[in-house]
Design a protein around this ligand. Sequence first.
Ligand code: HEC
Ligand code: HEC
Length: 224
Amino acid sequence: MKNRKSIVSLFLVGATYCLLSSLVLWVAVPGVEYATAQFVHEGMRDDAGATAAFEAIVPVLRHPRCINCHSQGDFPRQGDDSHRHTMQVRRGPDGEGVNAVECSTCHQGHNLVGLHMPPGAPDWHLPSAAMPMIWEGLTDRQLCELFKDPQRNGHRTPEQIVEHMHTPLVLWGWSPGDGRTPVPIPQHEFFAKVQEWAEKGAACPLGQGPQHPQGFGSYSDHFP
Ligand code: HEC
Ligand code: HEC
């Protein structure tokens, strides 16, 4: 009798375990995939949760792989120290360079093999001069607010910011080419957190927050 009981409970434990793990998979996997329109309806709003999710993606946003195109000045930057792009490369009105030195002169749709060869991804360019999307020098709160401001973010809703995070120039941060450090958070985790931020109502961190030097390296040495 006793024996039978323990076999039954063993079976129950096993079954529960299977059920739970498939439940976890069922919940977690689609959350990682990019999903179109399951965003904020009232009731899902959770400011603390959204803020925490935003803070979780900040190490990517402040990484040189992103900042080198989202920094101050009318030129891109290079390397982990975010030094000014060599060869007089400049933003130009459309972010595609000026005259004979357009980005596409050197940058292609993919990374070129070898150290110090031009990296690349489809449509490699900077934000335009009219809407330069400069993140550098912003606090976490200000950066988050820029993401939510259609006048400064390319006329996007928070949902469209999530979508934008799946486009080639962003994805490049995870495979930046020979000799370059990729951004520090696994891609699926980053996507999940960005989506969580939007779904929970896209609240921004409070207060001033630190002016992060991380990702700018010896920035001031290079800024004219
Ligand atoms: C080669 C240059 C380049 C790199 C590298 C780059 N971006 Fe951008 N980014 C752009 C351009 C150009 C736009 C404007 C695109 C548009 O509005 O259509 C933009 C716009 C954005 C926007 C929307 C506007 C805003 O500022 O809110 C987000 C979000 C963004 N990028 C995220 C990233 C992230 C995250 C990384 C790093 C993983 C990154 N970008 C790396 C060029 C770049
Ligand atoms: C004359 C060729 C040339 C032109 C034109 C050019 N680049 Fe580059 N770019 C390079 C090379 C080469 C590298 C790699 C340097 C290295 O790894 O040491 C590079 C690196 C970069 C990086 C650094 C990536 C990183 O995170 O380290 C960015 C960003 C960049 N270019 C953006 C641009 C943009 C935007 C334009 C147009 C406005 C442009 N470049 C125009 C040759 C060029």
